[in-house]
Every structure is written in structure tokens, then in C-alpha cells.
Design a protein around this ligand. Structure first.
Ligand SMILES: NC(=O)c1ccc[n+]([C@@H]2O[C@H](COP(=O)([O-])OP(=O)(O)OC[C@H]3O[C@@H](n4cnc5c(N)ncnc54)[C@H](OP(=O)(O)O)[C@@H]3O)[C@@H](O)[C@H]2O)c1
Length: 160
């Protein structure tokens, strides 16, 4: 099972605001996210889910929360109390590829075991407190890039 991180990062590494808000709304970037993740399982932290306020259609949504009594009003969502358990569930379901979709706390953990990172590098700086973690460029290689007007998509693979 391939574990892919997908994220949009501003030039100053910001990915979001402490309030949960995304600092930008770029339709083309959202379309890239949708096209890439559609049909797959997406795993997100409880705070990111609450920012979305809804499930992402056409994808199995998984939320992770350490709060064992956490529940949501959507019947099609799965909730796990650890990231490991969420990933184990996906392995047992023989998923081919799953996407880790944030936010900061989840990326910080997943970056140590993900196989791939699909990073939209926005062509501007943004205000916000939540940042994408620094990563060791020596263990990741860029395998493709795709340029768009306001961002460039870099696909990284972990060097085995
Ligand atoms: N630019 C992008 O591509 C992008 C993508 C996604 C999100 N974001 C931004 O990122 C920000 C949110 O990130 P964040 O770091 O504040 O929060 P987050 O990572 O979305 O969620 C953190 C929460 O996830 C749960 N959690 C974390 N690790 C866990 C584990 N190992 N096991 C079980 N539960 C675990 C905890 O929930 P409980 O507190 O309930 O225990 C924790 O409080 C927002 O500003 C959002 O807009 C940006």
C-alpha cells in the first residue's frame, strides 16, 4: 500500500491558520487535490475535519482523534483513535494507495513513514501559524513537477 501525503504549502512554509482556516482559496489547486485523491481513502486530523465541516465526496473519509468519544454527524466517516490504527485498517482492506491530507500535526507524524509527497508549492507567502514540517531533502527525490499559474506541483518519492 502506497502512503501519499498531499499538501499545499506557501513560500514561507505556511499551510494554515491556528483558527483552522486555510489562508488561500485557489480553485485550480482544489481541483488538483480532488482529481488526485478521488476514489481513494483520505486520512485527516480532527482539526482539519472540523475546518472542512463536511466529508469529501467520492472518498472514504477517515478522521483521527485521541478522544475516544469523538463522533460526527456523518454516517459515512470512520474515526480511529490513532494514526497507526487508521493505516492498519487501510492495509487490511488491501487499499492500493491512501492519502494523508493534513493538517500540521498529522503531516509531522506521517512524514516519517510516507512513501510519496505531492506538494503544491504556492507562488506566494501566506499568513498563518501552522507550517509543513522541514524534511531531509537527501531522502526524498523529486520525480515530477507540474506548473500552474499560482502554484507548482512537486511529486517526491522516498529514496529507499
Ligand atoms: N495547506 C494544506 O494543504 C492543508 C491541508 C490540511 C490542513 N491544513 C491546515 O492545517 C491546520 C490544521 O492542522 P493542525 O496541526 O492544527 O491539526 P490536525 O493535524 O488537522 O489535527 C490535529 C488533531 O488530530 C488528532 N491527532 C493527531 N495525531 C493523532 C494520533 N496519532 N492519533 C489520534 N489522533 C491524532 C488530535 O485530535 P484530538 O484533539 O481530537 O485528539 C489532534 O488534536 C488548519 O489550519 C488547516 O487549514 C492545510
Amino acid at each position: 500500500m502506497k502512503i501519499s501525503i498531499i499538501v499545499a504549502v506557501a513560500k514561507n512554509n505556511v499551510i494554515g491558520k491556528a483558527s483552522g482556516e486555510m489562508p488561500w482559496h485557489i480553485k485550480e489547486e482544489f481541483q488538483h487535490f480532488k482529481k488526485t485523491t478521488f476514489g481513494h481513502t483520505v486520512i485527516m486530523g480532527r482539526k482539519t475535519f472540523e475546518t472542512l465541516g463536511k466529508t469529501l465526496k467520492g472518498r472514504q473519509n477517515i478522521i483521527v482523534s485521541r478522544n475516544v468519544s469523538y463522533s460526527v454527524s456523518f454516517s459515512d466517516v470512520l474515526i480511529f483513535n490513532s494514526l497507526d490504527n487508521a493505516i492498519e485498517y487501510c492495509r487490511e482492506k488491501s487499499e492500493k494507495q491512501i492519502f494523508i491530507i493534513g493538517g500540521g500535526e498529522i503531516y509531522r507524524q506521517a512524514i516519517s513513514f510516507a512513501d510519496e509527497m505531492i506538494i503544491s508549492r504556492m507562488k506566494f507567502e501566506a499568513e498563518g501559524e501552522v507550517k509543513f514540517p522541514e524534511f531531509n531533502k537527501n531522502i526524498w527525490k523529486v520525480v515530477s513537477t507540474e506548473d500552474h499559474e499560482q502554484f507548482e506541483v512537486f511529486r517526491y518519492e522516498r529514496i529507499k
